[in-house]
Each structure stands twice: as structure tokens, then as C-alpha cells.
Design a binder for this molecule. Structure first.
Ligand code: G1P
Length: 287
């Protein structure tokens, strides 16, 4: 089995669900407690042993590059001021990973964004992570997927159960349950109406693919919303070779919506080792 080192972060979307907050800054830089969303995603990938990061960005996304870059002046200032905890936080983030940036010049869809990274994949297996989905667990979501990939050698898609009222927001899978709790995915539909949804299991923005996915993506035509959909390429892959689904464990927030973003800040704020107790006390005063 080829080693799994590479992971693509599509981060070129316009963040329309978050306007006006995302008018001049990337949605991936929205902050959950004390870190931007994209940093949670990168830390999760590194914890799963995927350290070759390909970030697909677009216009107005420079802040992401700056975030993972060395800020020599800031580091020098923090160091000389003796702010060692802040210095460590800032210097760690600029050294945590080697990141390659690719620009998606036109907003043609998630599948197209992933395809933009294909020159860096070189016929290797790779992960894809959507940073606006935040999944918190001792065993990182990407590690949960990786275990299934290593056991099967097949592509794996992270899933969560959603209520019927939300199936129109996600890719929804049709599956057959196999041994050892594995779900073999037979088909998937991007953002179906409730009556057309094959199940209530939603694709949650964590994927590991065999290289065949890239080949199929090249031929995917515009689908739902006139966009080239990653979901359509996975459906084609599932017709060609086994693709598995894994129900992810952990606290999951769809932080790409204002509701999910607020919940993530509230819950992770309450759990934060430095701010949690104070935040809880302050909330009691407000409620
Ligand atoms: C994307 C995918 C969808 C998936 C969702 C997870 O949709 O196309 O299949 O269920 O992410 O958040 P988006 O939210 O980018 O519209």
C-alpha cells in the first residue's frame, strides 16, 4: 500500500453563508475560541500523520498563507517581551507543516478545487479535509478514516447522521452494511430533497481517496448547482472499486454555518483549559 502523506484543503470558497464577516477575510480564518478554523484542520491532519499539505486557495485568501508563514518581527517582539506562551503559540503554527498553495482561479465547485491540486498528488493516495467542519475527539477524525484505509486499502468517507430536515445541505450516501461495522457506499447524492435522500447519513468533509479519484474527477461534468461536485466523482469511484463510509466519533460542528459556528465557540469555550471556568461563570450571570 502506498504511504498516505498528502492532504488537500480546499479553501477557495466565497463563504457566502458568512457574509458580511467573510467579505474581506477568508471563512477558514474565522476563529473558534483562540484559533482559526483552518488551524484545527491542519492540526487534525498532522495528528493523523498527513504532513504534506496542499491548500487550494483563491482571491482574498492571503491571510491563510500569512497564518502558516513565519512572522519574524512578531516572534522577535514576543520573545524580547518575555511572552513565552504566546511566542510558542505563534512560532509553532508557522513551523507545524510544509504547505503548498495552489489557486483555484474560478469558483467551479469543490470537485474542481480538489482537481486543481492533482499535479501534487503523483498517483498517491490522499486525504481531503473541509476545514469548516470541525470534529473534536481524542482520536482525530482523519485518524479514524486512516485506520479504515489501512485495513482495507480502499477510499474512505467520513459520515454523520443528520435529521431529515438537514439532508438538503449535504452529500447523502446509499450504503450496504458489511462486517466489522464497515459501510460500503453504493451511491451518493449531493444535497438531495428530503424525499430523494437515500439515507440520513451525510458526508462530513473528511475523505481519503485512492489515486483513481483524481482520474475520475477529470471527467465529472457540472452537477448540483452547476458546479463540479466531488460527490459525483466519489459515486463514479464507488461503481469502479469499493468505497467505505465510517461513522465518525466526536463532537461535530458545521462551523460553516452561523449556528454551528456559535455552538462550536460556546462548547469549545466552555471546555477550554484557560478560559472555560471564567466563561461558565460569566454565562451564568447572563442567562
Ligand atoms: C460540501 C460537500 C458535501 C458535504 C459538505 C460537508 O458541501 O459538497 O457533499 O456534505 O461539504 O459540509 P458544501 O458545504 O461545501 O456546500
Amino acid at each position: 500500500m502506498r504511504p498516505l502523506r498528502k492532504i488537500i484543503f480546499p479553501a477557495a470558497g466565497m463563504g457566502t453563508r458568512f457574509l458580511p464577516a467573510t467579505k474581506a477575510s477568508p471563512k477558514e480564518m474565522l476563529t473558534i475560541v483562540d484559533k482559526p478554523l483552518i488551524q484545527y484542520g491542519v492540526e487534525e491532519a498532522l495528528a493523523a500523520g498527513m504532513d504534506e499539505i496542499i491548500m487550494v486557495t483563491g482571491r482574498g485568501k492571503r491571510a491563510i498563507e500569512d497564518h502558516f508563514d513565519i512572522s519574524a518581527e512578531l516572534e522577535a517582539n514576543l520573545k524580547s517581551a518575555g511572552k513565552s506562551k504566546l511566542y510558542k503559540a505563534v512560532s509553532d503554527v508557522s513551523r507545524m507543516a510544509e504547505v503548498v498553495y495552489v489557486r483555484q482561479k474560478q469558483a467551479l465547485g469543490l470537485g474542481h478545487a480538489v482537481l486543481c491540486a492533482s499535479p501534487w498528488i503523483n498517483d498517491e493516495p490522499f486525504g481531503v479535509s473541509l476545514a469548516d467542519e470541525l470534529i473534536v475527539h481524542d482520536k482525530p477524525a482523519m485518524r479514524q478514516l486512516r485506520d479504515v484505509y489501512e485495513a482495507t486499502g480502499c477510499s474512505v468517507v467520513g459520515l454523520v447522521q443528520v435529521p431529515e430536515s438537514q439532508v438538503h445541505r449535504y452529500g447523502i450516501v446509499d450504503f450496504v452494511a458489511e462486517e466489522h461495522g464497515l459501510l460500503r457506499l453504493m451511491n451518493m447524492v449531493e444535497k438531495p430533497a428530503a424525499e430523494d435522500a437515500p439515507s440520513h447519513l451525510a458526508i462530513v468533509g473528511r475523505y481519503i481517496f485512492t489515486p483513481a479519484l483524481m482520474t475520475l474527477l477529470k471527467d465529472v461534468k457540472a452537477g448540483k448547482g452547476g458546479e463540479i461536485q466531488l460527490t459525483d466523482a466519489i459515486a463514479a469511484l464507488a461503481r469502479q472499486e469499493p468505497v467505505y463510509g465510517v461513522l465518525l466519533e466526536g463532537q461535530r460542528f458545521d462551523a460553516g454555518t452561523p449556528e454551528g459556528f456559535l455552538q462550536a465557540n460556546a462548547i469549545l469555550g466552555l471546555q477550554h483549559p484557560d478560559y472555560g471556568d471564567g466563561f461558565r461563570q460569566a454565562l451564568k450571570g447572563w442567562l
